[in-house]
Ligand binder design. Structure first.
Ligand code: ARG
Length: 461
């Protein structure tokens, strides 16, 4: 088939150029949005007297048939169609002849691709939020099971203070909550209708952009036609939300990797989320968690690629922008699958409470608690810090725990340190006492879980 723009040309495109220029391999994914956009467009054209009602009905029927063919896999895509917009329009003209040629009135592929992508991303964002919410559900389930399961809390990967598994998991709940909020924010700026911006400057024809905005369910038409066809910032915002979201996925995946190591043994991963070794028969490797970590680099790459594509492009539309969709679809698919896999893996993970607790003997986890007991006995915190520091040094010299220090050492270091203070330093006691808002006490984690539950219920779609 000759290109729809062949009028001005005296010869066909070089075949290597045809392949280079085409985006159909990537943007055929937009077909349903493209057809939705065209149906709204032709409905508006008829309302404005730019096509007749009969032409409108024929065009809508033709488009609906084409949509069915594509959905059933019966539509033959080929490179000469260049992109989804020309594939659909070409097929329509093939069916309807003259009437089909009226569809592209007061429209350009520049606003068409923008409207298709925005429609597509609105659905994709909602689905992505659904996947993140499912992950949050699993986090709530696992956290509820482990509000009292004691665990080492780390800073700098060194033993810091006692926490619980439930508390640790609820930290991730908050990260995924903000990922959702970021998406909701991206959604607002995606939810604007560029259709009718045409090539770059609007049109002399009496179109009604408010009508297509209503028909397509957008919040408002975009304000400036040149901006509407030129910017891809709403996609960049999505990619940056995806990059931050994947960073959260990756951090959690990394914890799964080291928690499942022989050194830690904190968790047992489900066989369905691990692989074996081709040479070492005993191996059960956390490949899936590692891949979640690795895929994060790929999504960052998508963001940086599109930032780089956009940088330095003059106004208005440039073909460079065609590179956007491959990156956005890649990030979307990768992020969505990763979140779903993470949810499935977490759901089936067993936390080995006894092994986790057995790690708490080392590292003087209760040192801050002892300093805080001294504060309760009116010792200024800096002094208390110094006193406990000296006690820890004594423990290291005598190779014992704080609770095991002889009375005489306590008296020498500082008589304000009482035996009762030291013997009260059980891990359970320390955790239960951290009742400050947002703290790790089981009562407080239960509050966080209830607040998380309430947030999910109130925001349910
Ligand atoms: N396939 C193109 C894209 O994705 C559609 C817009 C093409 N417009 C043009 N004037 N060549 O950006």
């Amino acid at each position: 088939m000759a290109n729809l723009w062949a009028g001005r040309f005296s010869k066909k495109m070089e075949s290597i150029v045809e392949e280079f220029n085409a985006s159909i391999g990537v943007d055929s994914r937009l077909y349903a949005c493209d057809i939705r956009g065209s149906i709204a467009h032709v409905t508006m054209l008829a309302a404005q007297g730019l096509v007749t009602e009969q032409e409108r009905d024929e065009i809508i029927a033709g488009l609906t048939e084409i949509e069915g063919e594509i959905a059933r896999g019966e539509f033959a895509f080929d490179l000469s169609q260049e992109d989804i917009h020309m594939a659909v329009e070409g097929a329509l003209i093939g069916r309807l002849g003259e009437t089909g040629k009226r569809l592209h009135t007061a429209r350009s592929r520049n606003d068409q691709v923008a409207v298709d992508t925005r429609l597509y991303m609105k659905d994709a964002i909602r689905e992505m939020i659904g996947s993140l919410r499912r992950l949050q559900e699993v986090l709530l389930e696992q956290a509820s099971r482990h509000t009292s399961t004691l665990m080492v809390g780390f800073t700098h990967m060194q033993h810091a203070q006692p926490v619980t598994v439930g508390f640790h998991l609820m930290a991730y709940f908050q990260m995924f909550l903000r990922d959702i909020q970021r998406l909701e924010d991206v959604y607002k700026r995606t939810d604007q209708n560029p259709l009718g911006s045409c090539a770059l400057a609007g049109t002399t024809l009496p179109i009604d952009r408010h009508l297509t905005t209503r028909l397509l369910g957008f919040a408002a038409p975009t304000e400036n036609a040149m901006d509407s066809v030129s910017d891809r910032d709403y996609l960049l915002e999505f990619l940056s939300a995806a990059s931050i979201g994947m960073m959260h996925v990756s951090r959690m995946a990394e914890e799964f990797v080291y928690w499942s190591s022989q050194e830690f043994g904190y968790i047992t991963l489900d066989d369905g989320f691990c692989t074996g070794s081709s040479i070492m028969p005993q191996k059960k490797n956390p490949d899936v968690a590692e891949l979640l970590r690795g895929k994060t680099g790929r999504v960052y790459g998508d963001l940086v690629a599109l930032l780089t594509v956009m940088k330095g492009t003059p106004m208005a539309y440039n073909k460079d922008f065609q590179e956007d969709k491959e990156r956005v679809f890649d990030a979307l698919d990768t992020w969505r699958t990763s979140v779903e896999i993470l949810a499935g893996m977490l759901e089936k993970t067993d936390f080995n409470a006894d092994t986790i607790a057995s790690h708490m003997d080392k590292g003087f986890l209760a040192a801050t608690d002892l300093a805080e007991s001294l504060v309760k006995a009116q010792v200024p915190f800096r002094e208390a810090h110094e006193i406990v520091g000296r006690l820890v040094r004594a423990c290291e010299e005598q190779n014992c725990r704080l609770e095991e220090l002889p009375q005489q050492v306590l008296d020498t270091v500082d008589p304000r340190v009482t035996r009762e203070m030291v013997s009260a330093l059980t891990m359970k006691g320390c955790v239960e006492a951290r009742t400050s808002f947002g703290g790790t006490a089981p009562s407080e984690v239960e509050r966080q879980i209830a607040a998380g539950r309430q947030w999910l219920d109130q925001t349910s779609q």
